[in-house]
Design a protein around this ligand. Structure first.
Ligand SMILES: Cc1cc2nc3c(=O)[nH]c(=O)nc-3n(C[C@H](O)[C@H](O)[C@H](O)COP(=O)(O)OP(=O)(O)OC[C@H]3O[C@@H](n4cnc5c(N)ncnc54)[C@H](O)[C@@H]3O)c2cc1C
Length: 167
């Protein structure tokens, strides 16, 4: 069983150029999508700090930053890095996001059946008020449904809010 201290230890860089990220190494919000998101941002911050400390931005040498896995942590890391590189006109770094499956998202995945979209993985924005993904979901206009634990059918509502009969 992974416990708080193990997650903390796993989040420490393993070398000057290798760091684990993802929900499993997030000690504050483990096993949750927003924990994976925060972990990816933290990894991006670590890379940016290294670029700054080593003075290697636009030093004439091309380098690639390789991110293994396009789940939430990999995607948030790549996005944060891209934002930094573009905002600071750093042109000598490439970002390679590797994914072994034929889709993005990792454990966040939806399928559509008979016109209804179902989440097969991450669904809930836990601790909504403190969840870093909540304002992003609102900004991009996702339909958010408050969970009523007395209403089991909540997991099967269409975008207009009507319930779906599960057969
Ligand atoms: C059924 C289910 C329901 C859940 N419900 C919720 C919920 O309601 N709310 C919530 O907050 N969280 C929920 N979670 C947890 C949440 O989905 C995960 O914590 C989060 O998505 C993990 O993100 P990650 O980036 O850490 O890892 P992952 O999503 O596992 O991403 C890792 C990616 O790396 C890829 N990969 C692995 N090895 C390699 C390799 N060697 N080379 C290239 N690519 C590789 C994988 O294919 C995958 O795409 C749920 C999880 C499951 C399974």
């Amino acid at each position: 069983m992974i416990i708080f201290d193990d997650r903390k230890r796993l989040s420490v860089p393993l070398s000057r150029s290798f760091k684990l990220a993802g929900e499993a190494v997030c000690h504050e919000q483990p096993a949750q999508v927003h924990g994976a998101y925060s972990s990816g941002i933290e990894a991006a911050d670590w890379i940016v700090d290294s670029i700054k400390a080593d003075g290697i931005a636009n030093d004439g040498i091309h380098r690639d930053i390789v991110i293994a896995g396009a789940g939430m942590s990999g995607i948030s890391c790549a996005h944060a890095l891209m934002k930094y590189l573009v905002a600071n006109d750093v042109t000598n770094f490439g970002i390679i996001l590797l994914e072994s499956r034929d889709r993005l998202g990792g454990r966040v995945h939806s399928i559509t059946k008979n016109g209804v979209t179902f989440d097969c993985g991450g669904t809930w924005l836990q601790n909504f008020g403190e969840n870093a993904l909540a304002p992003i979901a609102q900004d991009i206009g996702l339909t958010l449904v408050h969970t009523d634990f007395n209403d089991a059918i909540i997991a099967a509502k269409t975008n207009d809010g009507s319930s779906v009969t599960l057969k």
